[in-house]
Structures are given as C-alpha cells and as structure tokens.
Design a protein around this ligand. Structure first.
Ligand code: SAH
Length: 273
C-alpha cells in the first residue's frame, strides 16, 4: 500500500476514530459528542444519520466518504490517505463511523495506515448495530434458557473466496447475528441448515434499527430467503438467528411512530402459539 507522508515533517493533528452508534442520536456516547463538538474536519460514512451530523460545528469541514459499490478497496485506500493528509493540515480530525468502528467498520485498517504514517490517534467505541437492534427489537442476544453465547458474522460478498464455517455457526445454543447479510440470505439459510441448524429456528430481520423507521420482520430459518426479499425491507438491516428471537413479542417496547407493521405470524406458528 502506498502511503502519503511529508518527509521530515510531523503531523500536528490527531485522528479520532469515533463510533456514531446505530442510529438513535441519544445512543451516541458523551465522549463522541465532546469530540464532534471540537472537530475541525469530519470524514463520515453513509450510515451516519443527518441528526448526528447536525451536531458538528458549522465551521468544520464535512467530507462524505461513503462506500461506493464495486469500488470498495480503491475507496478505502483513498480514505486512508485522506486521513493522513488531513492530520498534517488540521488539528482535530474525526473519522466518524456507524455503530462501533472496530466491528465490521474497517477501523483497524485505517489505524494501521495512521500507525505507518506516524499520526497520533484515539478510538471512541460506539454501540454496534447488534446491541442497538437487540435492545430496540426486544431480542436479548444471550439468555440463560436459550443462548449461552452470541457470534457476530458478516454475510458479505467475500463468501465464495473465503468459505464460511457454517459448522461453527450452526450451534443451536448460540445466537448468530449477521451483518450485511441480506443479499446472501439464501447462502446463509442453506449453509446453516446444511450444517444441522433446524429450519424451525426463529429468525428476525430488523431494518433501520433504533430509528423512527425501524421495522421488524420475523420468520424461521427455513424462510430466511423469503423474509430477506420482503418488498418493505429497507437497508441497513441486520439478521438475528436463534431461539432468543422467540422472546421478541413479549419483550418488545420500542414503537416507532412511522412503522406500526410487524410481521410476526410465522414466528407465532413456529412457537406453536
Ligand atoms: N460498524 C457498524 C457495522 C458496519 S457494517 C456497527 O458496529 O454497527 C454495516 C451493516 O451493519 C449493515 O449492512 C447492517 O447489517 C448493519 N447495520 C448498521 N446499522 C444498522 C441499523 N440501524 N439497523 C440495522 N442494521 C444495521
């Protein structure tokens, strides 16, 4: 990887890698808020809400660096270099990412570039989509009666080049959370069932979690592909697979104003209610 450096000079600025949480403004940490308020420049991802961006001082430079489909790696190199460049010219450089920067956020890659260029940095964790979704959809990720552990995986397109270890994810005593999995729902369904996970396992797909537009879609693992193709499903969306999903009806408390529809008939059937 080529790195941008100014020979003989030391970057004066510092980069703050900040998690913006899953959507709800109030899920931003106090530390993230404080750092945003003193930002000179903010490089932000597509997942960061306008509400959160509105907290940034008007004088600050705002740079959208959302991923462009099909150009992931090129864009990532550009972002890495831009962070270094900005650290040479500005004092407080904020790299703002949805959720937590170290969970499927490429935060590690960006920090590696900063390390190689001698740029100072700090990391501010954020509430990851799995935690936000779990809380706002009424689905505890672990529960002594239903799940002894939880695994976060990406259902992203690298599936073919790096095969998924479905055997490891098929454990019925475990909750599986799939980020970026909607387009690969069929592969995920086949993989898990093929590795022995019951087609009756309850699943939830939650879109725009923690926001006023949150929607929950329920079904079974055997119906995952169908569920993921639901015409009303909007991005971003997260899948939760496991017995804990069966608690969603009774533990539900978040009623977003614009989203009264809950498709829960199939989960009721799967629970025999
Ligand atoms: N770093 C982020 C994840 C980035 S990957 C985090 O910690 O949350 C992007 C994926 O996160 C999306 O494809 C989706 O699966 C999930 N995601 C992010 N925000 C979400 C939200 N508000 N509701 C549902 N899923 C979300």
């Amino acid at each position: 990887m080529e790195l941008f450096t100014l020979t003989g000079q030391q970057a004066q600025g510092k980069v703050w890698l900040v998690g913006a949480g899953p959507g709800d403004l109030e899920l931003l940490t106090l530390k993230a808020y404080r750092i945003l308020k003193k930002a000179d420049v903010v490089l932000y991802d597509a997942l960061v809400s306008d509400e959160i961006l509105s907290l940034i001082p008007k004088e600050a430079e705002l740079i959208a660096v959302g991923k462009r489909a099909g150009k992931h790696s090129a864009a990532q190199d550009e972002i890495n270099q831009l962070l270094v460049t900005k650290a040479y010219t500005r004092k407080n450089v904020v790299r703002l990412k949805g959720g937590d920067p170290f969970i499927f956020g490429r935060g590690g890659e960006e920090l590696e570039t900063l390390v190689a260029s001698g740029v100072a940095f700090e990391v501010v964790p954020g509430i990851t989509a799995a935690s936000g979704t779990s809380a706002y959809a009424g689905i505890p990720l672990t529960h002594r009666d239903h799940a002894q552990g939880v695994t976060f995986i990406t259902g992203h397109c690298k599936l073919e080049s790096r095969p998924m270890d479905w055997q490891a994810y098929a454990n019925s005593a475990n909750t599986l959370v799939v980020y970026m999995g909607i387009l690969n729902a069929n592969t995920i369904q086949q993989g898990l069932i093929g590795a022995g996970r019951s087609p009756q396992t309850p699943v939830a797909i939650v879109s725009k979690a923690t926001t006023a537009a949150q929607q929950r879609f329920f079904g079974t693992l055997g119906e995952l592909t169908e569920l993921a193709a639901h015409p009303e499903l909007e991005m971003p969306a997260l899948m939760i697979i496991g017995e804990v999903v069966g608690l969603a009806d009774s533990l539900h408390w978040f009623e977003p104003e614009t989203s009264p529809r809950v498709l829960d008939t199939s989960i009721k059937q799967s629970l025999g209610q």
